[in-house]
Design a protein around this ligand. Structure first.
Ligand code: GMT
Length: 371
């Protein structure tokens, strides 16, 4: 197949999935052309069968707002023609799916459009009703639509005027790359007295509730001496920082900023915290599980499809701080339970979400859409 892929190139789950999937499809011999406004951050080395085409948004004094949707559409049209694309696979509905449907119309209709919904394009759009009809239109007009969890699929059907089949294809992880690689010297730098290590990885947007992870560390640390690694950057980093100082645990919360590679850091951890308000899948939790890190997370969205409560971690009601502290202490104070959950987490990541199996499902689906 000749596939055009559009995703957000910056840090974020949908960009990671779009890029990793494109790279896996290229490895399987398909011609993959990324059409994005910047090089996707995981596209960090040369690979055969991959092209990258940058979307440049013109700045003209008349345009108060840069016309990204049109610039993206124009680039899709250009690449679809030059590279004889069969299909445009777009990650995230807004505005990628709308651009792709327009590009299909402009190029004469042979091109197929597959849209993968990732979550906030559906769940947060509810907060801006003016986008609802546009998103529903793009979903209805796509030739194929996938959702990254059963919960997101259901939510889309319930809250949008969607009259079509949606297929659930979960996110995935490469278990050969995401595997525990312990580094005792590095661990000792964060936890010199043999304390427990917790980790949170996110883009620190409000939906992630990163400051709650600091409160959990504070509660846990009163019972089990611990440190928390905060990996990533975003709008709530400063709030989390401030809170760590206020609670007097600044020396136990380590803000590490954005990290391209998280395997080493995940490999130091005994527990992963994901206290999100909403999470359509929770790719960060899956990556932790593949590195044998049990998860304590909110019971929201698609997380119950990833983390088996009581097996690979614990799920608690969102914002229930005492419950989160209680479950975290249960895992961290019982080495046998921690080790059992760590192994179960790895097993679930490999058997349910291995790249090899999930990418094959995408490949079959794209073929099916192409007829
Ligand atoms: O989580 C974010 O804020 C980023 C967002 C994105 O689109 O990049 O993540 C969403 O897509 C990920 C990949 O499918 C999912 O793993 C995340 O759960 C989902 N985030 C939310 O639903 C909040």
């Amino acid at each position: 197949m000749r596939i055009g892929v559009t995703c957000y190139p910056s840090y974020g789950g949908s960009g990671v999935v779009g890029t990793e999937l494109g790279m896996e499809l290229a490895r399987r011999g398909h011609a993959v052309h990324f059409i994005c406004y910047d090089t996707p951050f995981r596209l960090d080395r040369y690979q055969a069968n991959i092209g990258y085409h940058e979307v440049n948004v013109p700045a003209y004094p008349l345009f108060k707002h840069p016309p990204y949707l049109l610039a993206l559409t124009a680039k899709m049209v250009e690449i679809a023609r030059y590279e004889s694309l069969d299909i445009l696979h777009v990650h995230y509905a807004i505005p990628h799916a709308t651009s792709a449907c327009l590009a299909r119309e402009i190029t004469g209709g042979r091109l197929k459009v597959v849209t993968t919904l990732h979550g906030t394009d559906i769940t947060l759009v509810a907060s801006d009703p003016s986008f609802r009809d546009v998103v529903a239109h793009a979903i209805n007009q796509s030739d194929g639509v996938t959702a990254v969890s059963e919960d997101l699929r259901r939510e889309t059907l319930e809250s949008f005027a969607v009259r079509r089949e949606l297929v659930t294809i979960p996110n995935f992880v490469n278990p050969d790359f995401y595997r525990r690689c312990p580094d005792p010297a590095l661990r000792a730098r964060f936890a010199p007295e043999g304390e427990r290590v917790l980790v949170h990885v996110s883009n620190f947007r409000p939906v992630k509730r990163a400051p709650l992870a600091v409160r959990v560390l504070d509660g846990v640390n009163r019972q089990v001496p611990s440190h928390l690694l905060m990996v990533g950057d975003g709008p709530e980093v400063a709030t989390a920082h401030e809170l760590a100082r206020e609670l007097g645990v600044a020396d136990r919360v380590h803000f590490l900023g954005r990290q391209e590679q998280v395997v080493e850091l995940l490999s130091l951890a005994d527990l992963f915290l994901l206290p999100s308000e909403q999470e359509s899948f929770g790719l960060a939790a899956l990556e932790a599980m593949a590195c044998e890190v049990p998860v304590v997370a909110s019971r929201v969205g698609g997380l119950p499809e990833v983390v088996a409560d009581g097996v690979s971690g614990f799920l608690v009601p969102p914002q229930d701080l005492p419950a989160m502290v209680d479950r975290a202490v249960a895992v961290l104070s019982d080495p046998a339970l921690q080790s059992r959950m760590a192994k179960a987490a790895r097993r679930a990541a490999v058997s349910n979400f291995a790249a090899e199996t999930v990418v094959a499902r995408y490949e079959d689906y794209l073929r099916q859409v192409l007829g």
